[in-house]
Design a protein around this ligand. Sequence first.
Ligand SMILES: Cc1cc2nc3c(=O)[nH]c(=O)nc-3n(C[C@H](O)[C@H](O)[C@H](O)COP(=O)(O)OP(=O)(O)OC[C@H]3O[C@@H](n4cnc5c(N)ncnc54)[C@H](O)[C@@H]3O)c2cc1C
Ligand SMILES: NC(=O)c1ccc[n+]([C@@H]2O[C@H](COP(=O)([O-])OP(=O)(O)OC[C@H]3O[C@@H](n4cnc5c(N)ncnc54)[C@H](OP(=O)(O)O)[C@@H]3O)[C@@H](O)[C@H]2O)c1
Length: 575
Amino acid sequence: MGVEVKNGVSHPNEAYGVLPQYHSKSAKIRVACVGAGASGLCLAYKMGKMLEPGSWDLTLYEKNPHFGGTWYENTYPGVACDIPSHLYTFSWDPNPDWSHYFAYGPEIQKYFEGFAKRNNSEQYMKLNSKIVEAQWNEEGGKWTITIEDQVSKELRTDWCNVLVNGSGILNNWKWPDIEGIDDFKGPKLHSANWDHSIDFKDKSIGVIGTGSSSVQIVPQMQKVVKHMEVFMRSPTWISPPFGGGALNELRQESDPGDRQYEFTPENKQVFKNDPEYLLQFRKKIEAEINSLFGMYQQGSEMSDAFREVITNEMHRRIGLGNEELKKFIIPKWSPGCRRISPGDGYLEALVKPNVTPVFGGIKKIVAEGIVTEDGKTHPMDVLVCATGFQVAFKPAFKVVNNEGVTLTEDWADGPNMYLGLSAPRFPNFYTIVGPGATWSSGTLLPSIECSVEYAVKMMQKIQTLTIKSLDVKQEALDDIYAHFDEFHKTTVWQEECRSWFKDGKAKNRIYLWPGSTIHFLKTIREPRLEDYNIRYKYKNRFAFLGNGEVKAHVTNDYAGLAPYIRNSDHDWVIE
Ligand SMILES: Cc1cc2nc3c(=O)[nH]c(=O)nc-3n(C[C@H](O)[C@H](O)[C@H](O)COP(=O)(O)OP(=O)(O)OC[C@H]3O[C@@H](n4cnc5c(N)ncnc54)[C@H](O)[C@@H]3O)c2cc1C
Ligand SMILES: NC(=O)c1ccc[n+]([C@@H]2O[C@H](COP(=O)([O-])OP(=O)(O)OC[C@H]3O[C@@H](n4cnc5c(N)ncnc54)[C@H](OP(=O)(O)O)[C@@H]3O)[C@@H](O)[C@H]2O)c1
């Protein structure tokens, strides 16, 4: 009564035969992940924790010579998180040692390096290995991936049953689309590719952009350069610090509007010695951020109150005079339309004598500097572009489905991604916080974690339910997008601000989760298999039932043979 299995898949014309295995035995699965940033590290950890030991293989392909992603690549002066550091850890892995309320980039990179070391994550990594193509083969239930060695430029292939895209939404930096960008004769830098060999002392520089990167670079450069012009095409909201309530309990005599705070040795000792205190401190900040979701509803009481508070605070920080700056930089659109930044020292820097804000668009770049739309030439020694990324509305590598259609072709009308995770017609492929996830509000790490857990839960289903492949149904996506469109009719994101949330446009479909981070987590905690097309390895969907035994029979686990016999009605599981 056995069943013949070729390449892990039964032949469709063969008669059904009972599998010689216990109920839901985990089949071996091979997984590849694009990237070893926070997403890749989290995936390695969660697979180790959630999957049956010995039942899986994982390779984290990383294009860089080192892991860390965002925090390895972004080393510009002032780079820091805009979310309190204590929330910028994996949720189960607090760090009592953060030096600042908003940790600087190198310390965040150190956190991820420490995490990788503690969890032996490097064993899964192949560095300098860029995935350039992934091609699905339905018959074999496999992705064939092509990898380009970043040193030798040689190509090789590998395969996997499940492909996880952890390549980051803000990983692909780009030069701004400005005429003459290559004509500038001096050094030209991008925020995400900083050249640390350049000496800025006594130089005149230009910084393009008013996004979060520029907001962090400007106060640092102001302290060093002879003169700086900041080219501002759009206004921006600079907010008081998130989680201010928790912060104010710690610091005694400082200005409540201060964005940054250096934890004292005593603070850190308390965090270390009293894990319960640290937990409550973290919970308080996260709850505060989740409670503020109402501000993203246009015209809500919270949005209006926020606008008033931030406007007053920005006026106060800019100080007396500087009316032109105030008029330009305080947006007409509501707070949150673009990502809000705490902007430590930014407004203060803009009004320093060696800084000149330049309002409006750029016409072109010439050898000596920038020509603005009013025809004026602004000469400079160094040009800094804090002009953002090619946002990952679709992967930067080629993904091809069983019909030979690329994801780019399939998405000709725009992203088509369920919960930021799954794409119809592209089976066994999970993206971590793709379009539709919570890009705007709060910290991204809990969404990364839960998206990773979702992908691992889908792997568990594949392993234990004798599934060959599954892809999300288009009808499920059509429904969720109908909900997005309806929901976003009244959110601040649809106002006339240009942002990377809308692919650098002022008007576009809004691919942001229609709810708070906690609302997103609740949605993706349990995958809805009913939203997926499932194809099984064997003719019979119940092949996983096997020979009538459960795992405890095979492992001689007597307790495991009676888990439902108990003294009270607590939950029980059969392995
Ligand atoms: C300057 C900056 C500051 C930020 N600050 C915050 C913050 O304060 N709070 C917050 O919540 N979020 C912040 N973010 C968002 C941040 O990107 C996420 O929090 C998080 O670090 C993303 O992790 P990730 O692993 O998904 O992506 P990434 O960190 O981008 O890592 C992706 C990895 O994939 C690799 N990769 C990409 N393509 C390929 C390929 N084809 N083949 C192989 N490898 C590939 C990359 O080299 C990279 O190592 C910030 C982003 C930037 C750019
Ligand atoms: N932790 C942090 O504080 C932090 C720091 C950095 C980045 N980040 C994350 O990364 C995201 C991206 O931030 P970013 O600042 O790198 O990029 P960004 O938010 O996309 O900002 C890019 C800036 O460059 C300007 N720009 C682009 N092309 C231009 C052109 N041709 N002419 C004139 N101006 C031009 C944009 O102007 P317009 O607005 O007019 O388009 C914008 O002000 C953030 O939203 C955040 O999520 C976070």
